[in-house]
Design a protein around this ligand. Sequence first.
Ligand code: EPU
Length: 419
Amino acid sequence: MDRIRVHGGRALAGTVPVNGAKNAALPALAAALLTDQPLRLTNVPNVRDVITMFRVLEHLGGQAAVDGSLCTVRMPRILEPEAPYALVRRMRASVLVLGPLLARTGRARVSLPGGCAIGERPINLHLEGLSRLGAEVDLVHGYITARSRRLHGADITFAARTVTGTENLMMAAALAEGRTVLRNCAMEPEIEDLATLLNAMGGRIGGAGTETIAIEGVETMHGAGHRIMPDRIEAGTFVIAGAITRGAVCVTGCNPKHLTALTQTLEGAGVPLVIQDDSIATGPWDRLIGRDIATAPYPGFATDLQAQAMALLTQAEGTSIITENIFENRFMHTGELRRMGADITLEGHAAIVRGPTPLSGAPLMATDLRASASLIIAALVAEGTSIVNRIYHIDRGYEKIEEKLGALGAAIERLRGEE
Ligand code: EPU
C-alpha cells in the first residue's frame, strides 16, 4: 500500500491547474448506457473511481478507450444488466447505472451498496423514485432488482436532496414515456453538467441546477461529445492548501462561482483571495480568525470540503464550530488531527475547533477520500515529518495530488509499497 510523506513548513507558491470533476465524470459515464452510440468525453480525470466505473461498464458489455483525459465509451449492447458486489463495494457511485440500465433494457440488477466510512448512505430515495416511474423494485440476496416495461413519467418530490438520486432519476426519466417532474432536487453543478450531456444526446431536460427539473421522455438517445466540468472540490482543496501555508497559490481552470460558500468563509477568516473568471489565488494572511461552518446541499458549504476546512481552522484564532449536516459520521479525521496537536472536541454533529494550535508531524491514517486530503493539508504546516497511510483513498478522487503539491513547492513524496 502506498503512503505519502510530507515535511511540513513550506509556504506553497505557484499555479496549479484543476482536473475535470470526478463527480461529474461518473454520471456522464453511466449515461453511456442510454444509447448504443459512442460518447466522447473530454476532461475526464484519471482517478481510481473513474477506472472503477470503466470496469462496471465493461462488465455490462461496454468498451472504453482512454487517451489522456479523452475517453470514448460505447455500449453497443448490454450483455447482462448487472453491477456485481465486487465492483459496487469498491465504489458506491456504481449505483448510478441503475436508472439508465433499467431505462435501456427494462431490467437491472445492482448490488446494494453498504454503508461506508462517512455514514450509512441509504439509496431509498433512488428506489422510491424508480418505483414511481413504474419499476418493480425488490431486494434479494443483497441485490436490488428492478424491472419494468417502458418506464412512464411521473411527478416526484424527493423527501430529501440527493445528488446521485437526482442523477439516477434524471437518466431513467430521459427515456421514459411522457413527462416527469422532479421536485426538491439537489442543485449541485454536477447535475447541470449531466443534463447538458443528456440534452446533447437527444434528451429533453429543463431546470437542472434548480430544485425542479422537468423531463420530456424521448424514444431513443444518440451519441454526443461533452467536456466534463472542472472539479470544484479539487479546486477548493488546493485553495485551502495555499491558505494554510500562507502561500501564494493560483488555482486555475476552475469555476469560482461553484465555490462561493468556501471563498466567502476564507475571506471572512482573513485569507486574501483574488477571484477571476476561472481562477482563485490565495495570498498570505496577517491574522486568521475562526469561522463557523455548517455543511449543506449546494449552494451551501460542501461536505466534501469540510475535512480540509477543519485542518485550516486549527490554525485560526478563537473557536470555530463545524457542523456536519449531510453525513452522520464524517468526522473520522478529527482523531488524526488531534494526534498532530489540534484542539478539537466533538459534540454530536458538531466539531469545536480551538486555535491556533501548532501541529507536529505524525504517522497518520486516512479513512476516506476527503479525510486524506485534510491530513495532507495539515501535514503541510506541521513541524517535522508526517506519513499518511492508506493513501489509496486519495487516489479515488485526486489525480497526482503529490505531484501537483510538489510543483507548488511542498516537500511531499509518495512512498510505494509496504506500510
Ligand atoms: N440520502 C438518503 N436516501 C437516499 C439518498 C441519500 O437518505 O436515497 C441521504 C444521505 O444519507 C445523505 C444525504 O441524503 O445524508 C445526501 O446524500 P447524497 O445522496 O446527496 O450523496 P451521494 O449522491 O451519495 C454525492 C457525492 C459525494 C458527496 C455527496 C453530497 C457523487 C458520486 N458523490 O454522494 O461525494 O459527498 O453527494 O454532496 O457525486 C466525495 O466525492 O468524496 C463524495 C463522497
